[in-house]
Design a protein around this ligand. Structure first.
Ligand code: 13P
Length: 353
């Protein structure tokens, strides 16, 4: 029996509150280096502090953002003015979360390139320490890919689903709401129908494993990719088609007791991520969950570009613009193009987080 059930349920509902989504800024130290390199900044602790400090002192951000996913360094870091990053988030009314997985490893016995997600050992104890520090939710990202030569294999699906369920149950033990993230990469030329078929297999296996592990679903969130075609597919699907297949996939696989489905952006442009989410929330659906966002790249690109290491005000304005766009999209009220965005593609083949 999980002790903190009521707290988990309440926090999951707060994170999935109407009109709000998550800011995923849990890039590991090497990954944030790729972001900083975009604007010619060296990957030093000082620069990471300055950037994340900018994000967490953006006035009004809590109107659109319910929670921020942090990397461990940030959870224990102070802002340049001496106040902790956690306290900065608290002042904005944003709940701190923590990435707890330790990254992907090759999966022996599976197909070439397939991975499993590492970090389960000692996780109950680690999660208890993060809770003590102020974190109230966690994230674990498992990755599957689609290929012509048989990916994802049944072994990769089973191992990654099982890992997600084990993680979810472990962090709930220590009072953290688990975000269950089975990402299906956009790499490849496959059709949207093929993505839907694979995603149904994956999500079914994930919730099967959650049942076997006794995960308290009311105190958990799902973070899937949207059901889109491969990045190299000949035609780009319409937002309507993406929305219809995404909603159909979720309705077929995600239990009604899960309070929120918070999509990742996975390499979509900032504007596509908002338009797709808006369309998802504009069509009829039977599923009762809130459908919102937990974007990393699609919330940060124009902010980084505007900031450039010096212009705090421009960076914060750009962040607010995309946060507001996605908040509106989560309610089906976003007008395409009504907020500025970085138009560049955010997809990188073989992207490693
Ligand atoms: P993207 O929105 O950039 O895909 O990142 C979300 C995330 O947290 C991936 O784990």
């Amino acid at each position: 029996m999980i002790e903190k059930q009521e707290e988990l349920r309440a926090n999951a509902q707060k994170l999935a509150a109407p009109g709000k989504g998550l800011l995923a800024v849990d890039e590991s130290t090497p990954t944030i280096g790729k972001r900083l390199a975009l604007i010619d900044l060296e990957n030093t602790e000082e620069h990471r502090r300055a950037y994340r400090g900018l994000l967490f002192t953006t006035e009004g951000l809590g109107e659109f953002i319910s929670g921020a996913i942090l990397f461990e360094e940030t959870l224990y870091q102070d802002h340049a003015d001496g106040e902790s990053m956690i306290d900065k988030l608290g002042k904005l009314g944003i709940i701190p979360g923590i990435k707890v997985d330790k990254g992907l490893r090759p999966l022996p016995g599976a197909l070439s390139g397939e991975t499993w997600c590492n970090g389960i050992e000692g996780l109950v104890e680690r999660a208890a320490e993060y809770y003590e520090r102020g974190a109230r939710f966690a994230k674990w990202r498992a990755v599957l890919q689609i290929s012509d030569d048989g990916c994802p294999s049944q072994l990769a699906i089973r191992e990654n689903a099982w890992g997600l369920a084990r993680y979810a149950r472990a962090v709930q033990e220590s009072g953290l709401v688990p975000i269950v993230e089975p990402e299906i990469l956009m790499d490849g030329a496959h059709s949207i129908e093929r993505t839907a078929e694979v995603q149904e297999r994956v999500l079914t296996e994930v919730y099967n494993a959650c049942a076997q592990n006794g995960v308290f679903l009311e105190g958990s969130l799902l973070k899937p990719s949207m059901t889109v075609s491969g990045a190299d597919h000949a035609d780009k699907e319409s937002p309507q088609k993406v929305a219809e297949l995404t909603v159909r996939t979720m309705e077929r696989c995600v239990p009604a007791s899960v309070p929120g489905i918070m999509f990742l952006s996975g390499g979509l442009t900032e504007e596509d991520a908002s338009i797709y989410l808006n369309t998802i929330n504009s069509i009829p659906r039977k599923g009762p969950w809130s459908m919102s966002f937990s974007y990393g790249r699609a919330l940060q690109q124009s902010c980084l570009r505007a900031w450039r290491g010096t212009d705090l005000d421009a960076g914060q304005k750009a962040l607010m613009a995309r946060a507001q766009a996605n908040s509106e999209a989560s309610l089906g009220k976003y007008v395409a193009g009504s907020q500025p965005s970085a138009e560049e593609s955010l997809f990188v083949a073989g992207y490693k987080y």
